[in-house]
Design a binder for this molecule. Sequence first.
Ligand SMILES: Cc1cc2nc3c(=O)[nH]c(=O)nc-3n(C[C@H](O)[C@H](O)[C@H](O)COP(=O)(O)O)c2cc1C
Length: 321
Amino acid sequence: MISFHSFIRIFANRMDTQLHFAPLQGYTDFEYRKIHARHCGGVDTYYTPFIRWEKGGIRDKDIKDVLPENNEGVHLVPQIICSDTDEFNRLADAVQELGYGEMDLNMGCPAPMQTKLMRGSGILPHPIRVQALLKEMERRPEVHFSAKMRLGLDSKEEWRELTDILNSSSLKHLTIHPRIGKQMYKGEVDMEAFLEVYNAIRVPIIYNGDVTSMEQVSSLSERLPNLLGIMMGRGLLARPTLARECIQKKEMSTGERTEILMQMHEDMLDYCTRKYKVDSQILMHIHAFWEYQESQMERKIWKKIMKAGNMKNYLEAIRKL
Ligand SMILES: Cc1cc2nc3c(=O)[nH]c(=O)nc-3n(C[C@H](O)[C@H](O)[C@H](O)COP(=O)(O)O)c2cc1C
């Protein structure tokens, strides 16, 4: 197996690759996306965390997250998760009614709650279901559909069965996260398998998985000239300026990055304080903002932020940054 780190070598900078912000349920909600776009930029496309059909409808929370008035100034693609054409049509109708002309199909979620319903990566061992969904997309030619998938649910060979189906689809692009569902987020991404997909699938490919630095972005785009884009999730949560730094081809200093982070934090804290009345709720929400940033600051400070049980201690910890 080729590891991610051995695959990545430093190449000359070539940055015409699109940068997409991965959907992360519980982290990249509309307020975070807007704040990120306002202060950092550099991202071509943001996605909503997956929208699902549950108990006869779509959760209010998910509707609020996708409402155009909550997403002004952001290129947003709503993401749906489903296992059959019935669910697909209900979700697609709702999203289209809101005025969206793009939609992403989640075929990667590894959570057992979804995979046991043959949703997310749980649909990958069922080529007939995948084919039915992709065919159903063709009945909405006015919508640009994309999909995001893993290599398989239980085996990294499952994608092979989908090759012809994907190649004859109308998908605008396909994001590949080269892990299998049962790995969740553990273990290394499999670059050898990714290269096989990249060479076999004729739909424009976006790479996703474990990208955390400018060097990785530029070497991926240099090594894979046909790559449409790179999608980053946790790497951007950790270093929100990363996409902007890639576009500008210049690393920001710690001081510059901290200044932007503090501006983002001010907006986020303001939003949380308006939305939640109780300190414990404010803290729970604002902790998500910092959760993936452990590698970016002194561990002692990060721990103080994450452990703060009241506002006074929290604000004291923030001032140490
Ligand atoms: C907490 C969490 C929530 C996620 N939610 C979604 C989701 O709603 N839709 C989706 O397609 N992927 C979701 N993912 C997967 C990410 O979009 C991405 O594929 C994964 O984190 C690998 O990319 P990264 O290493 O750049 O973070 C989630 C991942 C995490 C860790």
